[in-house]
Ligand binder design. Structure first.
Ligand code: PLP
Length: 396
C-alpha cells in the first residue's frame, strides 16, 4: 500500500475559509431567509476593467483563426507581458525580463516556491499570516519560527535576534492591512543580507498603496536583488481572482546553499521547477494582464481600487467610533480590528453572524497573535457595506 506524506496529517483540520463556509452554510440552513452580508473572504466583486475585457475578447478572436491561434505558450509567460511588467512595475529597478515568471497567481507561487528548499530550513513567518505560507511549509515538515506582529511593532514584526533561513513578508498585509515603511523594510533587507536569509516578499496588494512614502516593491531597497524573491498578482490589482494571472520575480543574484556549500542560483532552479511542473498561464489571461498596463487599463483599475479604498474608509470610521481600534484600510483592502469586550475571535464571528447577519473573518484563523482580533474586507458592494456597518452599530 502507498504511504502518505505524514506532514499533511499535522495540518489543522480545515483551511480557515472552509471552516467559515461550513459555519455560514449551517447558519443559512437553519435560517433560510437570513440576508447575509459577507465581509469575510478576500475576493473582489467589481467587474474587470473595459480595457481588460476588450483585450481578452481580442485574444479569444485570435484563437478563432489558425493564423493567430495560440496553443502552449512559453512556460514563464509571453514576452509581451514580461516586458510590460518590467517596464511598468520595475522601471528603474534593474529587474530583467528573464527574472519575471508569469503564473496563474500568487497563491500557487508562494506555495510552490518551497519546492526549492531543503526540509531542514528554519522558516520565519509572521503571526498573524496569510495561511498559505505556513501550511505549505508544514506540508514539507519544516520548522517554523513565528514573528509576532502587533501594535508594538506596527504589525511589521521585530527584527529577530536569531538567524532564520527564510522570512516571508507581505505588505500591504493580509490580514492586518498594515503597510511597511521604507526604513523598516530596509532593516529586514539588512537582516537578510547579514544572515544570508532569503526574503519572500508578497506584494499582492501593492496597487492599494496611496501613501507615496510606502515602497511598492522590495527591490526599491538597496541590496534586495541579492536576497529577495517577490510575488505579485493581478487578482487584487485588476480583479483577476477568477481570470488567474500573477508573477514571481526571481533575480539572478538570489541564491541558496547546496549541502556541499556551493551557492546555487534560485532563478535557474525556479525556471527548472516551473518548466517541469507548469505549462503557463493562458494566452487570454496574459493578454488581459497586458492590458492592465495600457493607459486606459491603468486609469480604470486605479479607479476601481479607489472605490474599494473608499469603502474601506467607511468601515474604518465605524470601527473607530465603536472603539474597535481598527488598523489598515488606508493602503489596503483589509481592516483589522479588536473584538469588543475581549471576546474571542470565533465567539465574535458567531455573534455577528447570528445577531447582525454579517460575516467577518476571525483573527485567530491567521495565527495565535490574531486572537481577539477580526478582519473585515472592503470588497463587498458599497451600499451593502454601509448596511453591514449599520447592523454592527446596532448590535454593539
Ligand atoms: N498573497 C496574498 C497575501 C493574498 O491575500 C492572496 C489572496 O488572497 C494571494 C497571495 C493569492 O493571490 P492569487 O489570486 O494571485 O493566487
Amino acid at each position: 500500500m502507498a504511504t502518505v506524506n505524514e506532514h499533511f496529517l499535522s495540518l489543522g483540520q480545515r483551511y480557515l475559509f472552509s471552516e467559515i463556509a461550513a459555519r455560514v452554510a449551517a447558519y443559512s440552513a437553519a435560517h433560510p431567509k437570513a440576508d447575509l452580508i459577507r465581509m469575510g473572504i478576500g475576493d473582489v466583486t467589481q467587474p474587470l476593467a473595459p480595457a481588460v475585457i476588450a483585450a481578452m475578447h481580442q485574444a479569444v478572436e485570435d484563437c478563432a483563426r489558425a493564423e493567430t491561434f495560440h496553443g502552449y505558450g512559453p512556460e514563464h509567460g509571453y514576452g509581451f507581458l514580461r516586458k510590460a511588467i518590467v517596464e511598468n512595475d520595475y522601471a528603474g529597478l534593474g529587474i530583467e525580463e528573464d527574472e519575471i515568471f508569469v503564473s496563474d497567481g500568487a497563491k500557487s507561487d508562494t506555495g510552490n516556491i518551497g519546492d526549492l528548499l531543503a526540509e531542514d530550513n528554519l522558516i520565519g513567518i509572521t503571526d498573524p499570516v496569510y495561511p498559505v505560507y505556513a501550511d505549505t511549509n508544514l506540508m514539507h515538515g519544516r520548522r517554523i519560527h513565528y514573528i509576532r506582529c502587533d501594535e508594538s511593532n506596527g504589525f511589521t514584526g521585530d527584527i529577530p535576534q536569531e538567524r532564520l533561513d527564510v522570512v516571508y513578508l507581505c505588505y500591504p498585509n493580509n490580514p492586518t492591512g498594515a503597510v511597511i515603511s521604507r526604513e523598516k523594510l530596509t532593516k529586514w533587507v539588512e537582516y537578510a543580507r547579514a544572515n544570508d536569509t532569503l526574503l519572500f516578499y508578497d506584494s499582492a496588494y501593492e496597487a492599494f498603496i496611496r501613501d507615496p512614502e510606502i515602497p511598492h516593491s522590495v527591490y526599491e531597497i538597496p541590496g534586495a536583488k541579492e536576497c529577495a524573491i517577490e510575488f505579485r498578482s493581478f487578482s487584487k490589482t485588476a480583479g483577476f481572482t477568477g481570470v488567474r494571472c500573477g508573477y514571481t520575480v526571481v533575480p539572478k543574484g538570489v541564491s541558496a546553499r547546496s549541502r556541499d556549500g556551493q551557492r546555487v542560483g534560485l532563478n535557474a532552479l525556479w525556471e527548472r521547477r516551473q518548466s517541469c511542473k507548469f505549462n503557463g498561464a493562458s494566452y487570454i489571461s496574459q493578454r488581459g494582464a497586458e492590458a492592465v498596463y495600457s493607459p486606459e487599463g491603468k486609469a480604470q483599475t486605479r479607479a476601481c481600487i479607489d472605490g474599494y479604498l473608499g469603502t474601506a474608509a467607511i468601515i474604518r470610521e465605524v470601527f473607530q467610533q465603536a472603539g474597535l481600534h481598527p488598523v489598515g484600510g488606508d493602503n489596503a483592502p483589509y481592516i483589522w480590528a479588536r473584538t469588543p469586550d475581549g471576546m474571542d475571535s470565533w465567539a465574535f464571528f458567531d455573534f455577528l453572524l447570528d445577531k447582525a447577519g454579517v460575516v467577518i473573518t476571525p483573527g485567530c484563523g491567521f495565527g495565535s497573535a490574531g486572537e481577539g482580533w477580526f478582519r473585515a474586507t472592503a470588497f463587498a458592494d458599497r451600499s451593502r457595506t454601509i448596511e453591514a456597518m449599520q447592523r454592527i452599530k446596532d448590535v454593539l
